[in-house]
Design a protein around this ligand. Structure first.
Ligand code: NAD
Ligand code: GLY
Length: 354
């Protein structure tokens, strides 16, 4: 089992990675107080016995699976159930699932009695490499992604790669969406992924990738928990990615892959990203997109995507669309375009094809 500590001004947390992480940590984390477990319907269907083993007699809330349930209504229901269960300040909330469960569960933990301990147990590749670490919690509202949320660090993150064995290939690809983001920022992850992006059924290799991404993220979050500087780098591909996610119905990870593709092209055209490095990233994104067969999303109404990018919470009041892009190995930059220029650049990037 690997152990990574994450110390921010607000809280200290520990991340454990390994197929022994849960057996080693859960018994002591669950003992001695009332707790609350949140999961989603798919995870519960697959792991009902696992829940019985590790959470006997614990209040369990099963959220219907999917991003559309990451909303205020679900948050209200979860908080109501936590209150009815009589949780105390010493209680813990365990979020067992993908990024949807982790984000809404983290926010419920932050709000209940002004904050109870949260333990993240991520079960998707995306959640293991990214969303369970770093304390961003949120729900979507009014068609805007993650617009209501809080920075609230989990006290522990227990990452067991064996959960990935039941993950459909398309969900593995979604996780690769976030791993490509780390690859754009970290030479070691780029090398690992370029060598073996087609070998993602190998759990040992996935574990190596998960650990490398989590170490990278932990360093960035320690330096800048509240995203006033370095943490913005973790939004590579995300401005356009979020807009695509909200307008196309694609998953978060797949949308981030398209976001990376188009934003990298825009950054090369604007001279912000070094051409050879950008082309290298584009080739990697294209290999990731080809991991599962999929119909090309409808990008014909580009104005619709561009308009959504306008509501992204990373934008400031000057009306510019703000993106984080890779410049060259180990370097990134902020890149902002006025809305009309963004729309034209996006149209060109999409025309250049997948
Ligand atoms: P998800 O939570 O919807 O999970 C994807 C699908 O996989 C769901 O259908 C789920 O039921 C299923 N699933 C989960 N574990 C499984 C398993 N072990 N076996 C089989 N099926 C399983 O989506 P996601 O891709 O994990 O996360 C996306 C969400 O994460 C988005 O809401 C995004 O905004 C958020 N996110 C948050 C952060 C952060 O820093 N907080 C970072 C990146 C993404
Ligand atoms: N997923 C980006 C971040 O945590 O900052």
């Amino acid at each position: 089992m690997r152990k990574i500590t994450l110390q921010t001004p607000s809280m200290a947390g520990t991340i454990y990675i390994g197929n022994d992480a849960i057996a080693a940590r859960l018994p002591s984390l669950t003992a001695g107080q009332k707790n609350f477990v949140l999961t989603d319907s798919n995870v519960y269907a697959l792991y009902a016995d696992w829940f019985k083993t590790y959470f006997p007699n614990t209040e369990l809330f099963v959220l219907p699976a999917g991003e559309t349930h990451k909303n205020f209504h679900s948050l209200y229901e979860i908080l109501e159930k936590m209150t009815q269960a009589g949780l105390r300040r010493t209680s813990r909330l365990f979020a067992v699932g993908g990024g949807v469960v982790g984000d809404i569960g983290g926010l419920a933990a932050a709000l209940y009695m002004r904050g109870i301990s949260c333990v993240q147990i991520p079960t998707t590749l995306l959640a293991q490499v990214d969303s369970s670490v770093g304390g961003k919690t949120a729900v979507d509202l009014g068609g805007v992604k993650n617009v209501v949320g809080a920075f609230y660090q989990p006290c522990e993150v227990l990452i067991d790669p064996t959960f990935l064995a039941t993950l459909p290939k398309r969900e593995i690809k979604c996780g690769v969406g976030e791993i490509v983001k780390y690859a754009a920022l970290n030479a070691e992850i780029l090398r690992l992924l370029e060598e073996r992006v087609d070998a993602l059924s190998d759990l040992e290799f996935l574990t190596t990738l998960v650990e490398a991404c989590v170490r990278h993220k932990a360093r960035v979050v320690e330096a800048d928990e509240r995203e006033s500087g370095e943490r913005k780098s973790l939004n590579v591909g995300h401005t356009t990615g979020h807009a695509i996610e909200l307008t196309s119905g694609l998953s978060h990870g797949e949308s981030v892959l398209y976001g990376m593709l188009f934003e990298t092209r825009m950054a090369i055209a604007a001279g912000v990203c070094e051409c050879a490095y950008g082309e290298r990233l584009i080739r990697l994104v294209q290999r990731a997109l080809a991991l599962t067969p999929q119909t090309e999303p409808d990008f014909s109404e580009i104005g619709k995507h561009a308009k959504k990018a306008r509501s992204d919470k990373k934008n400031a009041e000057d009306g510019k669309i703000r993106m984080a892009v890779a410049k060259t190995e180990g370097e990134w930059a902020q890149f902002a375009l006025p809305f009309d220029e963004y729309k034209t650049a996006l149209l060109k990037a999409v025309k250049d094809g997948k």
